[in-house]
Design a protein around this ligand. Sequence first.
Ligand code: ADP
Ligand code: MG
Length: 219
Amino acid sequence: MIVATDIARSYDLGGVTVSALRGVSLTVGEGDYVAIVGTSGSGKSTLMHLLGALDRPTSGTLLIDGRDVSTLGPADMARLRNETIGFVFQSFHLLPRTTARDNVALPLVYRGTGRRERRERAAAMLERVGLAHRVDHRPNQMSGGEQQRVAIARALITSPSVLLADEPTGNLDSTTGQQVLTLLESLNAEGVAVVLVTHDRDVAARARRQIVMKDGLIV
Ligand code: ADP
Ligand code: MG
């Protein structure tokens, strides 16, 4: 599903080059469950952004769903994300003044799905993540765990084959973190490939495969 071969990403900061990722090869298959661990600054988020087609490598080859991202323009990248990838951020990234339902429905707007179907599917997805009673709440009326579940519902609304989650439990207390993790694992059991970044050894140990990063490389 995702095949990365020797991908690197450097950032040019006014003449100084920061090598965030220095040549990483990795395959994510159907139904995979991969945990990425490593110290802060080791390149985990940079890698996740690449795997999620939010960014492109400066060198190396990255195939997502059989498509070489280096050949895709911004519109094709957006379409690839919308069709294939669900992305969950540590800090949720929800629209603050928008209801849970409309946050979750947003990816369907880009697909041209009609309003009625959007509303129905978003409500069904919120029910799936245990938030049937929060459909009309805005993010600032919800707990962190609830907001993260809204973000997961938004990532799932397009039925992605890969769910990428960058420290999805990082801003949650341990009980709420467990609930979010259980949810990700039930999705994985249904066949969605899950790649998550975590600082928590116990969380990582639950994955089928662990990848340890250091200084922009997989160790
Ligand atoms: P992690 O998620 O493991 O903490 P990151 O991928 O966020 O690591 O960062 C890896 C390295 O790349 C760090 O040195 C970081 O400062 C640098 N970096 C990340 N994003 C940018 C950016 N947009 N511009 C410049 N440097 C960046
Ligand atoms: Mg990070």
